[in-house]
Design a protein around this ligand. Sequence first.
Ligand SMILES: [Zn+2]
Length: 409
Amino acid sequence: MFDDFFECQLQQDAVVLEEVFDSRDWDTDVDPLSLPHSFWGNIALDFMDSKQRDVMLSSFFRYSLRRGLKVMPLYASAQYAKLDPFCVRKLSDFVRVPLLLKDGNLTAGLAGFREKSHEVPEILLPADVRSSHVYKSGGTKGLSTPTYITDADLVIEAYSLARRSFLAGGMRPQERLYSCYNPTHKGGELIKRAGALIGKKTVLLKRPEDDIVQCIRDLRAHKITTIAAVQPPVSSGSDSFQQIKKGTSFLNLFEADHSLFGAQGQVKKAFVTGYQLPQEIIALAEDVGLSLFTAWGATEAIVGATSTVTGPPTRLCKFNAQHLVVGPHFLAVAKIVDERLKPAEEGEDGIVLVNTLAREGTLYFNYAIGDMAHVLSKSCPCGRTTPVVSNIRRIDNPAEVFGVGCRYD
Ligand SMILES: [Zn+2]
């Protein structure tokens, strides 16, 4: 399907991106926070020459790595003392950065920081941040990890979610959006902000206490055309997009009133998250003509990956096959071969490692947040030059998957 609106935005963004690219010396370490926040919502970032993008993002990576090592107590340890950010000349040099693990693996000699962060959460707070707020993440084992965020950080992530996921997923200005996500969680806050950024006429937020009957009433009364909902149970639930009671899952809403959804109904578009969109929902969307897309995100990094609804029919990035969204985060899919970290190649599975490129608050470097993914392809007929990943899934302890120690020299 050819989409005028998206094509037009893409052309405008490409002009802006080119100006930014030509205006800096990318051999130096460029402060990612020196760019306008809207930069991170530039959709041309996903379509640009991958070598040029790599040059730009590795400059941000070096800057943030240098800053993180200096200002975050988490990195004040021997294994980081040897790390010189200058060694990052391209993004694949992430393999030189030590793995950051929540839970370690003693037999493999891998340390974890969960216990320490539970006692002293501020090891994750950069010393140069004046004011921040905390989103807790990861409910597993009863100990959650805090991510410190500033308001600027929320704006950056909201731009990235709004333009690089929501626009790609078919959301448009002037629609009426209903969000089932808890607004006190980071995912819920960002969905609200992203909706406003792309110019929704209204964004209606479901209260946690609203039951199905109330939801359906609100959908009708507020003439909602687009819904953002979750479909559990799919995982243990540390995905910040999916912290919601099972009572108001997408399928429950659909079952409560079929006539509301699809090409003939009032709600024509749906953003549904969970680790995997169940086949049942995909079939149902195709059956009733509901425009459906998904994204992957965690409190530590939103938005991490997204599927799309427009582009050539041959494109790969539909439903559970998603493009990685690079910048403000860089997600690497990695494996260990001969005790060394390596990028996973096309057709391989690997651990997802979060690297924060642009944030005032908590900076993560090679943080194995607990997800695995399959690298489906490094290119896609839709024109995006970012990898397509699939089978994103939660694992309990990434350190166990590695099983062996790791060298970075
Ligand atoms: Zn694609």
